[in-house]
Design a protein around this ligand. Structure first.
Ligand code: CNA
Length: 278
């Protein structure tokens, strides 16, 4: 597919959004944050799963598995230190989300990411659905006592910024941030909000995700047939493989496409200003 075709497709989508007053719903994965320096899971070589050798895990997903965490929380805690909010700046794509909100045409941002960068970019709580939880709160895995993000950080890191230890609850058990591990229930807000939104999705932009984690992976396939769908990802994934007649697939970097979409919408300077500000 040529660069020209991509540009035409982006322009046509932007025209529909502006002329038909469409609102846009985003479905995001780790690929929208790689430009900020946070590795994704599955990219060969750079992804977290290809760099777990130091932890001697029985299998890669063990690092995000509750039973394994209860036996050995160290690998997750080392990774959590790295991913903890505050270490990274939002990408151009995150700033574009904020711009959609400012222009009054953001419907929702469904994100699998746990890096909090949508919020750091300024997107308001009501628009964000963190399908796999976040670091904002944490709980003891045994007595369920609640801890703030800052309390967990203070237990994890000493004043000099070095690794201090595994966060323990006053009951003696481990504290885990409220990010959803394999085998754990997803936040009820995901299901409630999706029930409200699903029939009203005018435009679905799916970006930076392998669409391999369920049930999130199914969401873009559940939107109505009339919905204009665009996938921005290095490879075609999910039900975009079979595809719908009106689908747009762009194999490119998320930030490059964020810039192009903003330009097609006439928001080039607004996006530049936002990127400088965050
Ligand atoms: P994944 O399975 O690692 O897939 C990422 C996808 O994005 C792949 O298809 C890549 O080819 C593609 N990709 C990577 N970089 C770019 C880029 N710059 N432009 C375009 N495409 C790109 O990650 P998923 O999000 O699909 O998997 C879901 C997991 C990953 C969720 O449970 C997350 O919590 C978890 N995760 C989150 C973060 C984060 O919060 N930043 C980081 C790593 C993993």
């Amino acid at each position: 597919m040529t660069e020209d075709l991509h540009d035409r497709q982006i322009r046509s989508l932007a025209e529909s959004i502006l002329l038909k007053n469409y609102k846009v719903t985003f479905f995001l994965g780790a690929g929208v944050s790689t430009a900020s320096g946070i590795p994704d899971f599955r990219s060969p070589g750079t992804g977290i799963y290809d760099n777990l050798a130091q932890f001697n895990l029985p299998y890669a997903e063990a690092i995000f598995t509750l039973d394994y965490f209860k036996q050995n929380p160290e690998p997750f805690c080392v990774l959590a230190e790295e991913l903890y909010p505050g270490n990274y700046r939002p990408t151009v794509f995150h700033c574009l989300l904020k711009l959609f909100e400012d222009k009054g045409i953001l419907q929702r941002v469904y994100t699998q990411n746990i890096d909090n960068l949508e919020r750091v970019a300024g997107v308001s709580d009501e628009f964000i659905v963190e399908a796999h939880g976040s670091f904002a709160e944490a709980h003891c895995v045994s007595c369920r006592k609640s801890y703030t993000s800052q309390e967990v950080w203070n237990k994890l890191i000493d004043k000099a910024g070095s690794h201090k230890g595994i966060p323990h609850c006053s009951c003696g058990n481990y504290i885990k941030p409220d990010i959803v591990f394999f085998g754990e229930a997803l936040p009820q807000r995901l299901f409630n909000q999706w029930d409200e939104d699903v029939d009203d999705v005018d435009v679905a932009i799916v970006a930076g995700t392998s669409l391999t984690v369920y049930p999130f992976a199914l969401l873009p396939s559940e939107v109505p047939r009339r919905t204009r769908r665009m996938l921005v990802n290095y490879e075609k994934v999910g039900d975009f493989v079979k595809g719908r007649r009106t689908d747009i697939f762009i194999s490119a970097d998320c930030d490059t496409i964020a810039n192009k979409l903003a330009a097609a919408l006439g928001w080039e300077q607004d996006l530049k200003d936002l990127v400088e500000k965050v």
